[in-house]
Design a protein around this ligand. Structure first.
Ligand code: HPA
Ligand SMILES: [Zn+2]
Length: 347
């Protein structure tokens, strides 16, 4: 088969129009400085930045915890149902612009509850925007409730049950400060989630050791690992992930911003793919890490000397990893095949 392209400009053109799937995206991490400042004013929330430039200047991180401090501060301006609607619709309009056909969003309800916001307001706003984007732009989506692993695990089951009663929850995730908070702390809520028929994912192996990835698989029974880049330190773990086709939702800009890798050209995505792992590329917290899905794919492939064929492979992997119906997957795969074929015909 003829390969498609090689210069960075051609790769960028190819990726921008490529139909894409986002699977690792924190909706609170799409809060751009413009909306952050506007909501702080509208809701009378005092934050340390008064201008868009000052907010952007504060987005320099040393590690995951230094990022989380800024991220949770940002999330504190979200107070009303319409704030969640506007945030989510703004993100979905980015999806439309970036040819993202299916997106799975994380949200952090414990943060909003701690800020005095009702769960129904959070979920009402998010779900309404997802419905509008499906109706108007045909973007399918799934909402994943994240449990914050640096909080007490005890109230998590009741929270999950309340959220499911409100409707629209497709799965459970595990996020926030990884080191010192192993997945096994959350065995009970993941067991309940499974019994409710929910999908299960967990952040593991971003800053934490391979042992946390093993625990996410064996104790939480997750279907995907978020990040997982440290798996290469453990050959037996790599074999397990390859044999079971467990997807790794990799976020290159996030990994560089949080100093998991010193620069994009040092990222291990190419090695993950060579090892036969089902890796995919996503954007994590794009308002804070400098780019959405297209930018993550273009810059990463370019810096790692990967090609447009690799971009197609990554999107096929993402379709396989997605929590949508088989019918939707077939339709997404057909679009990918057609797109690849039409590009090859142009050469
Ligand atoms: O990158 C992340 N890692 C862990 N928790 C998070 N919550 C938002 N973004 C992240
Ligand atoms: Zn994440």
């Amino acid at each position: 088969m003829e390969t498609i392209t090689n210069t960075k400009g051609m790769l960028a053109d190819f990726v921008e129009e490529l139909p894409k799937v986002e699977l690792h995206l924190h909706i609170e991490g799409t809060l751009e400085p413009e909306l952050l400042i506007a909501l702080a004013q509208r809701n009378g929330v005092d934050i340390p930045y008064k201008t868009i430039e000052a907010a952007r200047a504060a987005y320099q991180f040393e590690d995951l915890q230094s990022f989380l401090n800024v991220y949770y501060l940002g999330a504190s301006v979200l107070r009303e149902e319409r704030d969640f609607y506007e945030l989510t619709l703004a993100y979905m309009s980015r999806c439309k612009a970036q040819q993202i056909r299916h997106t799975e969003l994380f949200f952090d309800p414990q943060t909003h509850l701690a800020n005095g916001v009702a769960l129904a307001a959070v979920m009402g706003g998010i779900n309404a925007a997802l419905r509008d984007a499906e109706r108007d732009w045909h973007i399918s989506s799934a909402l994943i409730l994240c449990i914050e692993r640096d909080r007490d695990p005890q109230p998590a089951v009741a929270l999950l049950e309340r959220a499911c009663a409100l409707g629209g929850i497709a799965g459970i995730g595990l996020d926030s400060a990884e080191l010192g908070n192993p997945p096994e702390k959350f065995q009970e809520v993941f067991k309940v989630a499974k019994s409710m028929g929910l999908h299960r994912v967990a952040h593991a192996g971003e800053e934490g050791p391979p042992a946390y990835i093993w625990q996410a698989l064996d104790v939480l029974d997750v279907e995907r690992i978020d990040h997982g880049v440290r798996c290469l330190e453990d050959p037996a773990l790599v074999r397990r992930l390859v044999d079971d086709r467990i997807p790794l939702t990799v976020c290159p800009f996030s990994n560089v911003a949080l100093k998991v890798f010193s620069r994009l050209s040092e990222h291990n995505l190419g090695r993950l793919l060579k090892a036969g792992l089902l890796a995919t590329i996503h954007s994590d917290d794009p308002a804070y890490f400098g780019g959405y899905l297209s930018e993550n794919i273009i810059e990463t492939l370019s810096d790692l000397d990967l090609t447009a064929e690799d971009a197609l492979l990554l999107e096929r992997n993402a379709v396989e990893a997605a929590f949508c119906t088989d019918q939707r997957k077939q339709s997404l795969l057909r679009d990918l095949d057609q797109y690849g074929a039409s590009y090859r015909n142009l050469l």
